[in-house]
Write a protein that binds this ligand. Sequence first.
Ligand code: NAP
Length: 319
Amino acid sequence: MEMETYASLNNGHRIPLVALGTSRIPEEKTEACIKLALEMSYRHIDTAFHYGNEVAIGKSLKEYLESTGVKREDVFITTKLDAMFMEEDTVVPAIDESLRRLNLEYVDLFLIHGPCAMKTLDYFPEKAPLTTEYMPIDLRETWKGMEETVYKGKARSIGVSNFNSKQLEYICETARIRPAVNQVEVHARFPQKKLHDFCKSKNIQLEAYSPLGSPYFKGPDALNRVKASDNLVDHPVIVSIAEKYNRTAGQVLLRNLVQRGIVVTPKSENPKRLKENIEIFSFSLDEEDMKKIDGLDNGIRRFCLSYYDGHPDHPFEQL
Ligand SMILES: NC(=O)c1ccc[n+]([C@@H]2O[C@H](COP(=O)([O-])OP(=O)(O)OC[C@H]3O[C@@H](n4cnc5c(N)ncnc54)[C@H](OP(=O)(O)O)[C@@H]3O)[C@@H](O)[C@H]2O)c1
């Protein structure tokens, strides 16, 4: 059964339901990977200032558009405001820097990467350093800067990432432009049902990062809480559903989320899996299998943003 490959945002723009996640694609592979993804008809690329790959993405995109005649407006590019640039008057300079790196005039979606503002002395370093110096900030001020990026035509839509419902509510109370998207960790082990309901009530699109459960990530943030054996793409429930539909485990996990109306951002640098991850629109999971996947919820997130522990705006103490 074919389904729509886009969702509609609260401002009327359309967002492709599958994005290529680009964090952790090794630097030397990024250009080739973006090119391949575009050739496979990915039409949404998810990046961030913090990933340090905006230049490579801009280069591949430009080459692809020039060589195929595909139009800029047919590809949806998301980037994110770094934690270092969250004061109101640093937001527009920050998007300008991302646009310069991406070699674009506008991005389709600009997200506040997270609610925890950080200080830095080096304004535009080539790679964002991890600093532990907090800079508590009124998120409404950051949001005003975000709105400015839309008024100046630099972003078509704006939103947030890693925000809890209270932080979203706080912004919405005074926003002139309502956030279009909240990008957070969502997968079968951590389906975010409550936050999803909240976002739906505000007409904010939920977007899933780590939609496959980030199966091979061994970073310090994920250690100690998630057993190495708890790998969703090998989970017997997912594997048996995949066999039933003659699809892969990855496709079942992604299909489950888009069927819930959630945008997904799977990362792959492997051509076979890259292709699998975009081919999720020609089958649908029945209600019984959707329920089986619901049963895998164990409430454990992989990413706790532990490097922001103690920050007054750390988002994960509540829904
Ligand atoms: N906003 C935020 O704070 C935030 C935080 C984390 C992530 N993100 C975004 O979300 C994206 C994805 O997150 P993620 O990389 O943590 O997790 P993920 O997409 O859930 O998992 C990626 C891992 O799964 C493997 N994989 C990909 N497709 C597969 C398939 N079909 N079957 C089996 N394994 C598969 C990949 O390996 P191969 O590459 O070898 O295929 C990679 O190791 C990031 O790239 C980034 O864009 C955002």
